[in-house]
Design a protein around this ligand. Structure first.
Ligand SMILES: NC(=O)c1ccc[n+]([C@@H]2O[C@H](COP(=O)([O-])OP(=O)(O)OC[C@H]3O[C@@H](n4cnc5c(N)ncnc54)[C@H](OP(=O)(O)O)[C@@H]3O)[C@@H](O)[C@H]2O)c1
Length: 332
């Protein structure tokens, strides 16, 4: 099969379109012929060696996607050959070969049918970012529970994959959403998707602008995809008992962080890890996500679809800051 091969930890710029033998499904695994794959920043981090996983080389990146079941290994009882399925979070593209290839092997517990009425493109890029957003929004209670209706939710990187997923799920929970984007154009689109307030994170008056917009409330929960210097401003916006679900750190390390800023408002910071989902928990969360999107008449947002041969251009688009998902049409 043709696949984008990662031969070294020198970045996605060094990926190579090559030929490797088709993988074969083992017990309880299925072989998919890929139709549409999705790119994630984690692919680019892994390709630079900036990710916990160190898979054997050559590796094939790609964690999300939709494909047709072409072979089912022994013991597969939840899907049939010929069905088109999406991939829920698993080790695909992390420790084992991923979806930037014509074929991929996936555990049967990690496939799910495309929801009725959804396009293959809408499905292909949704699971990783929506499951991440779901964990970020619900992780503060056991069992996972949405924040109370009316809570104020702040999103950094709101136009990205996780940001838009958090916005849509936040609106399904009747939250007031403050979305941060450096782009006025993307900010306008975030408003159309339901953001109550949109601000530019590079505005030197960011804290005052957000405070004025939500007064007399303060932020109850922040989903932070950016980190860096923005984190201290996010903390400044939190009210008593405010929480930050830390998703990503594209903005770099946090300078001059004073832990005293957490004390008097009893602020809590907690990491989010998509890798923590078991197959069963991912299916439970995914059903909830699909039901909520369907109830609102909303769908995952697609920014760009590149041909299979143009995966590197897709990664360039991802690094620029897309509005939604960057997808790769593998076949059909
Ligand atoms: N913890 C987990 O399990 C998990 C799961 C999924 C993703 N992640 C991580 O979460 C982060 C976001 O993922 P994603 O898929 O949403 O990425 P994405 O689609 O690339 O979106 C990130 C958005 O953040 C904004 N941004 C980027 N750099 C920024 C900066 N320096 N300052 C302010 N805003 C900046 C951009 O929006 P604007 O251009 O509109 O400002 C961009 O669209 C990544 O680091 C990813 O690796 C973690």
């Amino acid at each position: 099969m043709r696949a984008w091969l990662m031969d070294s930890a020198e970045g996605v710029e060094r990926l190579r379109l090559g030929e490797v033998a088709d993988p074969r499904p083992g017990p309880t695994q299925v072989l998919l012929r890929m139709r549409v794959a999705a790119l994630n920043p984690a692919d680019a981090f892994l390709a630079r060696g900036m990710y916990p996983a160190k898979p054997p080389l050559p590796h094939i990146l790609g964690r999300d996607g939709v494909g047709d079941v072409v072979t089912a290994g022994p013991g597969v009882d939840n899907v049939r050959v010929g069905e088109t399925v999406g991939i829920l979070r698993c080790e695909v593209g992390v420790d084992v070969w991923g979806t930037l290839a014509e074929h991929v092997v996936v555990p049967m517990e990690s496939v799910t049918r495309v929801p009725p009425g959804w396009s293959l493109e809408e499905m292909a890029g949704a699971p990783l970012v929506f499951l991440t957003a779901w964990q970020a929004l619900t992780q503060w209670h056991d069992p996972p529970t949405p924040p109370p209706a009316g809570s104020v939710l702040l999103l950094t990187g709101a136009s990205g994959g996780v940001g838009i997923a958090s916005l849509l799920l936040g609106k399904s929970m009747n939250l007031t959403v403050v979305a941060l984007s450096r782009s006025a154009e993307k900010g306008a689109r975030l408003k159309l998707l339901g953001a109550n307030v949109v601000c530019d994170p590079t505005d030197s008056n960011l804290v005052d602008a957000v405070k004025a917009a939500i007064s007399p409330r303060r932020v109850d929960l922040a989903v932070d995809s950016v980190g860096g210097a923005l984190l201290t401003q996010v903390i400044a916006l939190l009210g008593y008992g405010g929480r930050i679900s830390v998703v990503g750190r594209g903005g770099g390390t946090v300078p001059d962080f004073n832990t005293a800023s957490l004390l008097f408002r009893r602020i809590r910071i907690g990491g989010v890890s998509i890798g923590d989902y078991t197959g069963r928990a991912a299916h439970t969360a995914w059903r909830e996500i699909v039901n909520r999107l369907d109830a609102m008449g909303q769908r995952p947002q697609v920014d760009t679809i590149v041909p299979f041969e143009d995966v590197k251009a897709g990664f360039v688009r991802l690094a620029q800051g897309p509005m939604g998902k960057v997808l790769v049409r593998v076949a059909g």
